[in-house]
Structures are given as C-alpha cells and as structure tokens.
Design a binder for this molecule. Structure first.
Ligand code: HEM
Length: 516
C-alpha cells in the first residue's frame, strides 16, 4: 500500500466542499467516503519482503544501529537479494548485486541527490545553487583539467604535512589521525577554490573546516520524530532553516568577506589590462567566467550568494570524504605494516629517485600502481559502508525491479555494499580479506567504476570528484611514506572495523610518527 504524508490526506479532506460548491463544514460521511475513495485508489504493489521484527514502532532501528552487518547478512540470507527494513519509522529497501547497477543507470527513476537533499535539506542550506552546473564544473576542473592543478596540489599538501606533522626528530604522537588529516586537507582544498594569498590565512582555513564539520554533523542527527512520521521529522528540522538560520551561515560570511576584495581586484585588473590579463586558475575564476554569475565587469552586479553557495557545496562534498578515506588508508598502511609497507615504500622511493626528488609529474602519479591498488582496496574494505549511497525512488508512481519487486515513489533504496564486497565472483578469492594488489592484477585503477566497486557510485551521476580524491590520497601517502615511519602505540593490530549503524567510524586510534 502506498502510504503518503498526512499533509496530502488532510489537504484532500479540507478540499471537500458542500453541495453548494462553497467550502463546507466537515461532515463525517464525507470524510469516510473520502478515506474509502483514497484507499481504494491506492495501488497494491508487489513490495520486497519486509524482514521480521519483534517490536512495533522500533522495528529494526536498534539492530540497524548496534549490529548492522549482522542484520543485513541475516536478512539477505532469509529474504534474498532485495528486502525491506523498518528503521526510524520508515520502510527502507536494501538492493543487492543484481539491482545496484540498474539503480545507477536509471537516473530518471532513482536519485542519490534527492535522497541527500531530503535528509539534509540541502536546497535550504545551499540556496541558489545549480547542482547540475556544479557537477559539470567539478568534472571540468578536477577530471579534464586536473593536471593544471597538480603542481599547486603538491606544494600545498607538502606545506600542510610540514605544518601539522612536522619534523618528528623525536617521535610524535598523533592522537586523532582523522582530525590531523582534516586539517591537512583544508589547505589544498582552500587553495583549489581560491588561489590568492589573501585567502590562505587562518580565518579562511577555519571557515573551510567549519563548513565541512557543520554539514558532516547534520548527517548524524537522529530522526527521532520519524517514529511518529518521517514527514514530521522533515518539518521539524526545516524550522530553523525556514527562519533563516543555517549551519554554515557564519563561515559563509567569512568566506564572502575574504573573496569580495579578490573578486573586485580581478574584475578591475581584467578591465584595465584587457587581453593581457592572465586569469588565475581556481574554482572562483571558473565561477566568475560564468555570465549568469558575472554579467559584466562591474563588481556590484556579481552574484556573490551563488559563488559562496557553490564554494561551500564543494567543501562539503570533498573535505569529509577525502579526510576520512585518507586517514583510513594511512591506518591500513600502519595496520598492515609487515605486509605492504616495505613494498609500497620501495615503489615511492623508486619514483622519487627517478624524478630526483622533484615535483611529481602526471606520469609519476600514474606509475604508483601498487599504491593505487592499495587505495582501491582500502576504499573497498575500510571505507565501505555496510549499506549506503541511498537513492530515492523518483518514478512517477512506482518502480519495478528486474526480479518483479516494486517500490513506491519516495522509497529510499540502499545499496548492499556488504553483498558486493563478499561476493567471490565479483572480488576474486577471499573477498572479505584485505589484499592490496587485488586490483592491480585485474588492471582496475582506483577511479574505475565497476560493478564490484560501489565507493564512487556509478552511471551518469558517479562521483565527479573521484579523480581529485584519489590523486590527493596518492600525494599525501607518497609523501608520508618518504618521510616517516609510522606505528601504533602498542604495536597491536586490531582488525575489527567499527561502524555507526552502516557507516564506518572515523579513525581515532593513536598513531606515532618518527623520522624515516
Ligand atoms: C574519497 C572521496 C569521495 C567519495 C568516497 C565520494 C563518493 C561519492 C558517491 C558515492 C557519490 C554518489 C554517486 C552516485 O549517485 O552514483 C558522489 C557524488 C558526488 N561527489 Fe563524491 N566522493 C568523494 C570525493 C568527492 C570530491 C573530492 C568531490 C568534489 C571535488 C566530490 C563531489 C561529488 C559531487 C558533486 C557528487 C554529485 C554528483 C551528481 O549527482 O551528479 N566528491 N560522491
């Protein structure tokens, strides 16, 4: 049965009119007829089986958050590759291997963006953004023209490592590797967005971190009111946003105050120098080149809100993901020290020797084949959700999967990463084991989209930032391997991954850096 929001039902009832055509008082008879009419019009779908749960209202919520992997594995075994769970007052559907690629390809039927927008009210936070244009912008800069940014990326990453890890003549304990990686990432990200000395100061970096942190926290707001109805939760969290509050309003103001003089100077220089003016290479300039944003060379006519909104959107999409996955890959290096460290270091040293310690060329980055495969394996095993990358069904009424099961419009469909990762046919021998050269043997680079690797999604909306992310991960790990020895405080390896619900937790374990 398709259950819609109470607003729709009530609105329909309110629209009932008296027989004279004027708005009339509610009459119980009318209401009953209306409810009967509404229910009789609802389509009975062949929904995926809803896994058994013991407690009404709570449904699977508790086990989903405390032992998600067990819940998913057991339900998969019992109900097959497509099944539903009842979590936080909502039925969600879990889709397995045979369906995930279809979900990526059917972008008129399923939307990752719609699901994220609904969960985090993105349209109310990043006001005035054109998300499709932003995706195109990211694709142009960080896929097609990534090589133009390579030199600056390296300089900024090395500078950030110097600043946040430093010399380590005496061994240095990094108590929160995720936070350190987050600090390191802020410098190259801020510089890709705005290449101006004026913007590389502390308050700008703090603003960049604050945008990423505030948005990341929003992901973890528990939807308590959804136990009554998901619609209620949505209305509740949107109240402060409707009243004009935004989690990123403070850092957005800092960013605006920093970029305004830069924009004014650029427009002035362009007017003055004409064709002789050399445009800086950064995201800000790409935005300024858009006539919808900058119709002429008059700073008063610039759409500053759109610029700030786009910049903050890119920070949100890039920073937490890159920091999380790089700190996990670094931890994988430490954990698996005996097995991989030596060979990966050897590869790094050979590349460094051939380039005489100079800046890495794109060919050097390409030659990091072992590291590339290691990163893909780390993303597959350590960075992987149990279920995730949820897509909203946006079909007009419902969607029918290839196995005959149907889901209504609005249903959240989660991809079953565990099933894909545990499948021997897709992953090769011992699929649950971390084997760094698995992808090297199959010639699958870390950015390659394949049905056995869901980390970057797939289809038309696959992550456009993946080339930047993998290159940044390579540059960070390469430089760390060349400079340091790393170990955990106790030297004990704890292979158990920790999750918050289906999401892998940030790395909090102590890491010790000493001079290599
Ligand atoms: C390791 C780092 C990253 C991971 C794991 C990651 C993962 C993802 C995933 C799973 C999607 C959804 C894809 C789909 O719907 O099929 C996505 C979309 C997206 N990502 Fe990333 N991402 C990362 C880094 C980045 C970076 C660095 C940027 C920006 C510079 C970025 C920008 C975006 C954008 C704009 C989309 C939406 C694309 C669209 O809807 O067309 N991501 N990402």
């Amino acid at each position: 049965i398709v259950v819609r929001g109470p607003r729709t039902t009530i609105a329909n009832l309110i629209q009932l009119r008296s027989d004279k055509g004027r708005p009339g008082k509610y009459r119980p008879g009318f209401i009953l007829v209306a409810i009967y009419f509404k229910l009789s019009k609802q389509i009975k779908l062949n929904e995926p089986p809803l896994a058994y749960y013991r407690f009404p209202i709570i449904g699977h919520t508790w086990s989903y958050f405390t032992d998600c992997e067990k819940l998913i594995l057991e339900s998969r075994e019992k109900y097959g590759e497509t099944f539903s769970l009842y979590v936080f007052g909502q039925v969600i559907t879990i889709a397995g291997n045979k369906t995930t690629q279809k979900i990526f390809k059917k972008d008129k039927e399923f939307s990752f963006f719609k699901a994220s927008e609904e969960r985090m009210q993105l349209d109310r936070i990043f006001i005035g953004q054109n998300f499709d244009t932003n995706t195109r912008l990211i694709r142009t800069c960080f896929q097609e023209k990534l090589d133009h940014f390579r030199s600056r990326l390296q300089k900024n990453i090395i500078m950030a490592i110097d600043l946040y890890i430093g010399e380590c003549v005496e061994p240095r304990i990094i108590r929160a590797p995720y936070e350190t990686m987050f600090d390191i990432m802020a410098i190259p990200v801020a510089n890709l967005l705005i290449d101006d000395e004026y913007c590389n100061n502390e308050d700008m970096l703090e603003a960049v971190k604050s945008v990423a942190n505030s948005m990341f926290k929003l992901l973890f707001v528990p939807p308590i009111l959804s136990f009554i109805h998901p619609w209620l939760h949505k209305q509740f969290i949107s109240i402060p946003l409707r009243l004009g509050w935004s989690p990123i309003s403070k850092p957005s103001k800092v960013i605006l105050s920093r970029i305004k003089p830069v924009i004014e100077k650029r427009l002035y220089d362009k007017k003055r120098l004409g064709d002789a003016w050399v445009a800086p290479l950064d995201i800000l300039q790409y935005l300024l080149d858009d006539p919808d944003i900058t119709p002429d060379l008059n700073p008063d006519n610039v759409n500053y809100n759109r610029i700030v909104s786009t910049i903050t959107g890119i920070i949100f999409a890039s920073m937490p993901n890159m920091s999380n996955n790089t700190s996990r890959a670094l931890f994988d290096l430490v954990e698996r020290n005996q097995r991989y460290w030596h060979k990966l270091c050897q590869e790094a040293q050979e590349i460094n020797k051939k380039s005489n310690g100079n800046e890495l060329t794109s060919d050097d980055l390409h030659k990091m084949m072992k590291l590339d495969s290691f990163i893909r394996e780390s993303l597959r095993i350590s960075g992987s959700f149990i279920v995730g990358v949820e897509h909203n069904c946006i079909s007009k009424s419902y969607y029918t999967f290839i196995n005959g099961y149907q889901v209504p419009n609005g249903r959240k469909v989660y991809l079953n990463f565990t099933e894909t990762n545990h499948n021997e046919g897709l992953q090769g021998q011992n699929p649950t084991e971390f084997y760094a050269y698995r992808h090297l043997e199959r010639n699958s680079s870390a950015t390659k989209l394949e049905s056995n690797f869901l980390t970057f999604g797939g289809g038309k909306h696959a992550c456009p930032g993946r080339f930047l992310a993998v290159n940044v991960m390579k540059i960070v790990l390469h430089n760390i391997m060349l400079r340091y020895n790393i170990r955990t405080e106790t030297g004990v390896i704890d292979p158990k991954r920790r999750y918050f619900g289906p999401v892998p937790m940030q790395i909090k374990d102590l890491t010790i850096f000493s001079q290599g």
